[in-house]
Ligand binder design. Structure first.
Ligand code: GLN
Ligand code: ZN
Length: 757
């Protein structure tokens, strides 16, 4: 059985590409030096896969920034404003990725968006009136030849035309259909070129097929490929690769087109097996069964996978095994992890280890029964017994939860009245989202503490000084509800993972988030619990310095789960509830120690919304929203619960946000021009709201007039008693220089508008 890898990570085991690209941006290395580093990385990755015995090794999965951006450049979709800078191809691409400010001109970057439901982000291609899609570049061919020269016949990968056109942004009055003929012709030309160069397989990635599709979408898809296939393929085989879900809306269209292989995701596609069983699979095509999960870091359960393959065999005459999606979303290798114990590492499989799993499964699925039995025995051990470190008490607590644990009493309106009295805050109370600038000094102190260069006592004293200065600053500015500044945290998820039982951390488990940025998600290993208070001392200390209310600051269960590698042995729902119980203890502790306003951030709540709207509630919101409520349902009526969300794009889940039953929610809104207000007003949103009045992603200082105008706009849509005034998000990436004047202007604007009423 053939083995195929959809894509391999590219940033480098030691993040070589990240550092090289950054050096290039600073002009510390030349184009040639950057090119050499990139070439070596590609070669290393190909050779790694070859020596693991992989049959179909991807090429053109490499990118200096993003593969969809590369695709736009390959198709000549370079907006005029970038083209007219007159830069080299490479620098034009970087200008599209990051914006450009210099001798040649001044342009913003293309917008960036989340790549489906992953934590990877892509650049949105922009199609203008003047855009003419053609085959305008050579990158995929160059890389194919480069590999061929090194003795490796790769399977070139291109993001397919349907996904490309679905993700692109269109200038006024334009739509995907306007580009169908040109796009299909350009892709057909690429196919012919690959055939000439001697490629055996070419892979078209079409993840957009796993989203909800309307008739016009399936028509668009069919039309693109019909046109493409009207040109002879020249002997090259075409693999249509789908991932991140099942293709229930277009399965029959897909299998009736002349593809030679179809890749389906059996790790994340809920209905993939059903589709095969219901409609069968054509005998003349190869089913590429995506069985190695490219999104998570656990070992594959061989026994389960082999029986799945057996089931599929009954309907598919020809099969290959494959990763479920690109391995871009998992770290490189366990080899460099020296802190994790051998026993624990046995449970994990990163990209390199997944290659071995893929190869082994491709062999076992054939016949080698003896070898199979032996390997499977070892593998089976990992899945039979309960993993070490599990916590019976936590499970019992989860099992005994009832409706009342998810319900806060009294109801919102009663609480609101009580809280207005208790806190006596002015109209439009002013506050911040939590973090204050993380200066070089703070970061270096944290690093020194981690490396044991400073003692705990010294570190604590240092942090207390930061907190005291931060409180004094907020008092001077005149904010109403203060925060301690979050100086003890480098990351809002890692900090809590570090302080809760059940989490593991890697030393080198980096995953590309976008461009040169990587994240190192924690792993949820076992049952989560809290053994001691986490934030209480900091908040209590901060409160002791001021008469104003001090807001406690926590991260919510859904965000912690979404920004970690989740368990697969229990459901995401149970994991979220476990984390919720742990954070709930922290909430109650804060309350008991005199903290009466507590913010529970759910920055990433929106991120894991299922790709199909029909799955939103059943698969996600029906447990995610209650998990949040479980965190705060135990507090008194007079304790005020805040939450914060990073994206204002929640018009479509507005009643779910209200159902979180927080007292106040702050969110990012300034960049969306406060359009969210209409939806809030329309939905009769009961939660008090603090739509961010200025964009913290930019060092610009907003003027009093601008903020006043934003407040007027808010007032025209929403009840004055419901409004809070705050920035967009935390200030940790901002400089101290712009932070103070920005917040002073925010307070001045709130005061001015109060006077008007
Ligand atoms: N409280 C966090 C902070 O201010 C929230 C960060 C976020 O929303 N991403 O940094
Ligand atoms: Zn935020």
């Amino acid at each position: 059985m053939l083995s195929s890898v959809v894509g391999y990570p590219r940033i480098g085991e030691k993040r070589e590409l990240k550092f090289a690209v950054q050096d290039y941006w600073k002009s510390d290395i030349t184009t040639k030096e950057l090119g050499d580093i990139a070439f070596n990385l590609r070669l290393t990755h190909w050779e790694k896969q070859k020596s693991a015995g992989i049959d179909l090794i991807p090429s053109n999965d490499f990118s200096f920034y993003d593969t969809l951006l590369d695709m736009a450049v390959l198709l000549g979709a370079i907006p005029v404003r970038y083209k007219s800078l007159g830069l080299s191809t490479l620098d034009t691409m970087f200008a599209m990725a990051r914006g450009y400010q210099g001798k040649a001109g001044d342009v913003h970057a293309l917008p960036m968006k989340k790549w489906f439901d992953t934590n990877y982000h892509y650049m949105v291609p922009e199609l203008e009136k003047d855009t003419k899609l053609t085959l305008a570049g050579t990158k995929p061919f160059d890389e194919f030849l480069e590999a061929k020269k090194a003795g490796i016949l790769t399977k070139p990968v291109l993001i397919g035309p349907y996904t490309f056109l679905k993700l692109a942004w269109y200038e006024k009055n334009l739509k995907a259909e306007d580009f169908v003929n040109d796009a299909a012709a350009a892709y057909a030309k690429a196919l012919t070129r690959f055939a000439e160069l001697g490629a055996e397989w070419v892979q078209f990635d079409e993840p957009a097929l796993v989203k909800d599709m309307k008739t016009e979408d399936t028509e668009l898809f069919t039309k693109l490929y019909q046109i493409m296939f009207s040109v002879p393929k020249g002997g090259v085989k075409v693999l249509l690769q789908t991932y991140f879900g099942d293709i229930r809306d277009c399965y029959q269209d897909v299998v009736s087109l002349p593809f030679d292989g179809v890749g389906l995701d059996f790790a994340n596609g809920i209905q993939s097996v059903d589709l095969i069983q219901k409609y069968g699979f054509p005998e003349d095509k190869i089913l590429f069964a995506g069985i190695i999960n490219g999104r998570n870091i656990w070992r594959n359960h061989y026994h389960k996978t082999l029986s799945l393959l057996k089931t599929l065999r009954q309907n598919a005459a020809q099969m290959a095994v494959s990763t479920s999606c690109s391995l871009l979303h998992v770290p490189y290798t366990l080899k460099g992890e020296t802190v994790l114990s051998k026993e624990k590492k046995a449970y994990f499989s990163f990209a390199e280890e997944k290659l071995t799993e893929l190869k082994e499964l491709s062999m076992f699925a054939e016949k080698n029964a003896v070898q199979q039995a032996e390997y499977c025995k070892l593998n089976e051990k990992l899945f039979q017994a309960e993993r070490p470190d599990m916590n019976k008490a936590v499970r019992e607590k989860i099992a005994s939860l009832s409706e009342k644990d998810f319900t806060r009493i009294p109801n919102f309106a009663e609480r609101e009245e009580i809280q207005k009295k208790v806190f006596g805050l002015p109209l439009f109370p002013t506050t911040t989202i939590g973090s204050f600038p993380q200066t070089k000094e703070i970061k270096s102190m944290r690093a020194r503490y981690r490396n044991r260069e400073v003692t705990r006592t010294e570190y604590t004293a240092f942090l207390k000084k930061q907190i005291a200065e931060c409180v004094a600053l907020q008092e001077e500015i005149g904010l109403d509800v203060l925060v301690h500044g979050e100086f003890e945290r480098n990351d809002m998820v890692e900090y809590f993972g570090d302080n809760l039982n059940g989490f593991l951390f890697t030393q080198n488990g980096w995953v590309q988030s976008y461009g040169s940025r990587c994240v190192k998600p924690p792993i949820i290993w076992g049952d989560v619990s809290r053994s001691k208070p986490i934030t209480v001392d900091w908040s209590v200390y901060a409160q002791s310095l001021t008469q104003k209310p001090m807001k406690g600051m926590l991260t919510g269960p859904v965000t912690i789960l979404n920004w970690s590698f989740p368990r697969e042995d229990i459901s995401p729902k149970d994991s979220a509830l476990q984390i919720a119980l742990a954070i709930r203890e922290e909430v109650l502790d804060l309350e008991a120690h005199g903290i009466h306003i507590i913010q529970i951030d759910e920055a990433a709540l929106r991120e894991k919304l299922p790709l199909r709207k029909s799955d939103w509630h059943e698969e996600y919101l029906d447990w995610a929203i209650p998990a949040f409520r479980l965190v705060h349902s135990g507090v008194k009526a007079s304790t005020q619960i805040h939450t914060h969300m990073c994206y204002s794009e929640f018009t479509d889940i507005i009643s779910d946000i209200d159902a979180m039953d927080a007292d106040v929610i702050s969110f990012e809104a300034s960049r969306s021009d406060l359009t969210i207000l209409d939806s809030l007003a329309g939905a009769k949103f009961q939660t008090e709201v603090g739509p961010g009045v200025y964009d913290i992603h930019s060092p610009r200082i907003p003027t009093v007039e601008e903020i006043t105008a934003a407040l007027h706009k808010m007032l025209s849509k929403l009840d004055a008693h419901k409004l809070w005034v705050n920035p967009d998000c935390g200030l940790k990436t901002r400089g101290a220089v712009e932070t103070k004047p920005s917040l002073c202007n925010l307070v001045a604007a709130a005061k001015a508008v109060r006077k008007e009423l």
